[in-house]
Every structure is written in structure tokens, then in C-alpha cells.
Ligand binder design. Structure first.
Ligand SMILES: O=P(O)(O)OC[C@H]1O[C@H](O[C@H]2O[C@H](CO)[C@@H](O)[C@H](O)[C@H]2O)[C@H](O)[C@@H](O)[C@@H]1O
Length: 377
């Protein structure tokens, strides 16, 4: 179902981009030429899919956007930014609000720490970004919460001083502390580099079904050029970024036909990806709460969670911060989006600048001491 926001945004965007409704074809068509714009980056088409359902008659924007529309596009973005101010411009205000409080940093991976690229196996993080996250994690407890498998995201990030939650938070490696947030039956104590750690895996019982489903999906989509299945351990991604537009619907139907045989699973759409996961009550928001709890930071009065993410699944974490009434939910987006985040950053390069500023501030702030000193690690 399309929300009012989506309808309005669709109207505004189509108007600003020079689209008009064709009476003969009942399709949205572009009035102007089809050269590409500065906005025709990796984010546009799929970001737009979050506000405008993409169909054959409503193609991804990246295929149709025009250079002449860039200024209108900018003005729409600018008015959205008024409601979701840039976290860079708001930095001083945010830091002032954080005075005397503890910040915990949560970061999504794809589209936040690494740019969106065609091949999911090549979504590397830059050395600058890695250094910035390492620096931030010296001063604030820091966790990466990703839709990827935990091991995979760890392989990309390559940092020892952060916590990792993979599979949209269904696979968490955290310090061993008594936790209130959930049932102990999902915990396994393991020997980690920092001593013993706890693995929290609430979807373990679905592993055999997931493997079976992956085999079926691979077989089903085999003939669709460019489609691929990614095993994210407790969930699965079916990618269509490299699929021809005319095959989108076929792919979606094929995936749906497999998933319907697994009633304990559901799928949702991310950035040119169908994400399939067990229908348990656990998402990135629960992961954020769980991590705060294990870090001994669940007291909402003096803890400010800062979460940066770019995708639909990150909204669950934004929602938790909104509910807590304190913290900094920051969306990464280069186009207007319906979101619960209060702040925005345009793209991963702005994420890098924000993290650098945060690290610089904590280093220079007399009240900040490296975590290693405080916790003796
Ligand atoms: O929660 P995240 O860390 O943001 O993971 C969400 C999905 O990210 C990856 O896919 C996205 O990034 C790929 C690389 O840039 C891109 O090719 C793809 O189109 C995007 O959807 C990851 O591969 C998926 O498994 C995650 O579900």
C-alpha cells in the first residue's frame, strides 16, 4: 500500500523531474531527454524504490532522470533536509546535547561504511573509513549491525575493537554480561580475542531450512542473467542489481514461489535486493537494545545511541532510538526518503567526515578517555 508521503513524494518528484502521465499508455514518461545527472549514482534507483513502488510502468529513476531536472531535484532534497538536518551541520549541537552523557555508536555496513557497488562481494570499505571507525571505537563502544553474515561483514571491516551483529541482528557477538533483553537459551559462550564472548543467535533453529531454501532459490533463478543469491547465514539475499529491468518481475515471482513454501519466513525489498528472513520478532532495533544491554548501557537517562544507516531495515533501529527519546538516528540518503531518522548524511563520504569529527572531538575532549583505559582492555 502506498502511504500519503509516498503519493505526495511521487507527485512532487515526477513533477520536478519532468515526468507527465501519458494518456495513451498510462505510464509515467519523461518529457525531456535521457542524459544522466549527477544524481544518477548508485543510490538513486533503489532509494526511490522505497518511496515509489517500481513496476514496468514506473521504471527506476536512474534509467530516466534528466540533467535539466537536477535543480528541482536539489530543491526537493533541500526541503527534506530541513526536516532531517545534516548531522555534519548539526554536529556542534549534537555534541552539546551529549555533554555528560555516554554515546554508543552503531553503524550499518553497505551504503553507510561502504558505497553501494554492483558486485556485493566487492563492497570494500576504504582504509580511511576503517581508520575513522577504529578511532571512534577507541572512545565509544561501537558496533556494526548489518544484513550480511557476521563473518562476512567482519572480513570487510577488519577491526578488532568493534562488536559485530550480522544477519540483520540475528547473529551477535558481544561481551559476556548478564542481559535482560532476551531469553538466555539463545546464548553460547565462546572464546574470543577479548577473552570469552557471547554469541546470541535467536534464529538458529532455522539454519537447515535456510540452506534448503538457498539451494531452491539458486536453482530457480539460475536462468535469470545477473541474479544471484547471497547466503547471509540466518537470512538470504537475492540480488537483482545486475538483472535486466524486464526480468525484475519474473525474478520476484520466482523468489516468491520459493518463499511461499516456507511459511516461517518472509521477504522484504532493500536496495535492488530481496531479503528473506525468519519471521521472528528480532530486527536491527532489537539488536541495538541487546547490545546496549550487554554493554551495560541500557539506562536511557544518560546514554545516547548514535545509529547511522541507509536502508529500510535500519528504520527498526531508528524507531528504537525514537522510542527511547534520546539519541541520534541518522539516515544516509542522497534523495528524500520517508524515515524515522532525525538527522541525515548524504552519502558514505559524509559518514566518513562525521566519524572523523566525532573521533577528533572525543580525542580533544578532556572528559573522554580511551575505552581501553576505562575498561582495562
Ligand atoms: O544491512 P546492510 O549492511 O546495509 O546490508 C543490506 C544488504 O547489503 C548488501 O547489498 C547491498 O549492497 C551491495 C554492495 O554494494 C549491492 O550490490 C546491493 O545491490 C545492495 O542491496 C548485501 O549484499 C546484502 O546481502 C544485504 O542484505
Amino acid at each position: 500500500m502506498i502511504s500519503e508521503f509516498q503519493m505526495n513524494m511521487k507527485k512532487k518528484l515526477n513533477k520536478a523531474l519532468g515526468f507527465q502521465k501519458s494518456h495513451s499508455t498510462k505510464q509515467w514518461v519523461n518529457k525531456i531527454s535521457s542524459s544522466k545527472t549527477k544524481n544518477n549514482d548508485e543510490n538513486v534507483g533503489h532509494d526511490l524504490s522505497m518511496i515509489i513502488p517500481r513496476t514496468r510502468s514506473n521504471p527506476p529513476l536512474e534509467l530516466t532522470i534528466d540533467a535539466a531536472s537536477a535543480s528541482s531535484d536539489d530543491s526537493i532534497y533541500n526541503s527534506w533536509v530541513v526536516e532531517h538536518p545534516s548531522a555534519l551541520d548539526s554536529f556542534d549541537r549534537m555534541i552539546k546535547a551529549a555533554k555528560g552523557k555516554k554515546i554508543a555508536v552503531f553503524l550499518d555496513y553497505d551504503g553507510t561504511l561502504s558505497p553501494i557497488v554492483d558486485d556485493p562481494n566487492r563492497a570494500f570499505m576504504s582504509d580511511e573509513m576503517r581508520a575513522a571507525v577504529r578511532e571512534v571505537a577507541k572512545y565509544f563502544p561501537t558496533a556494526i549491525i548489518s544484513g550480511r553474515g557476521r563473518e562476512k561483514v567482519k572480513e570487510f571491516v577488519q577491526l578488532g575493537n568493534v562488536y559485530y551483529a550480522g544477519s540483520h541482528g540475528m547473529d551477535i557477538m558481544a561481551p559476556p554480561r548478564p542481559v535482560k533483553a532476551c531469553d538466555g537459551k539463545y546464548h553460547t559462550v565462546v572464546a574470543g580475542k577479548k577473552g570469552s564472548e557471547v554469541l546470541f543467535q535467536p534464529a538458529k533453529k532455522y539454519l537447515p531450512a535456510i540452506q534448503e531454501m538457498i539451494t531452491e532459490l539458486e536453482e530457480e533463478i539460475r536462468k535469470i542473467h545477473g541474479a544471484s543469491v547471497e547466503d547471509n547465514r540466518f537470512c538470504v539475499s537475492v540480488h537483482f542489481r545486475q538483472v535486466r529491468e524486464e526480468d525484475y518481475n519474473i525474478l520476484q515471482e520466482k523468489v516468491k514461489s520459493v518463499v511461499k513454501n516456507y511459511p516461517e519466513f518472509h521477504w522484504s525489498e532493500g536496495k535492488m535486493v530481496m531479503e528473506i528472513r525468519p519471521s521472528i520478532e528480532w530486527d536491527k532495533g532489537h539488536a541495538l537494545e541487546y547490545l546496549l544491554d550487554t554493554l551495560g548501557m541500557s539506562n536511557s537517562n544518560d546514554v545516547l545511541p548514535l545509529y547511522i544507516g541507509d536502508d529500510r531495515t535500519d528504520e527498526d533501529a531508528f524507531k528504537v532510538i525514537e522510542r527511547r527519546g534520546q539519541g541520534f538516528p541518522i539516515i544516509v540518503s542522497s534523495i528524500p526518503r520517508e524515515t524515522r531518522a532525525s538527522y541525515s548524511l548524504h552519502d558514505p563520504s559524509e559518514v566518513l567526515n562525521f566519524l572523523l569529527r566525532l573521533a577528533k572531538w572525543s580525542k580533544s575532549s578532556s572528559s573522554s578517555r580511551p575505552l581501553a583505559q576505562i575498561w582495562g582492555i
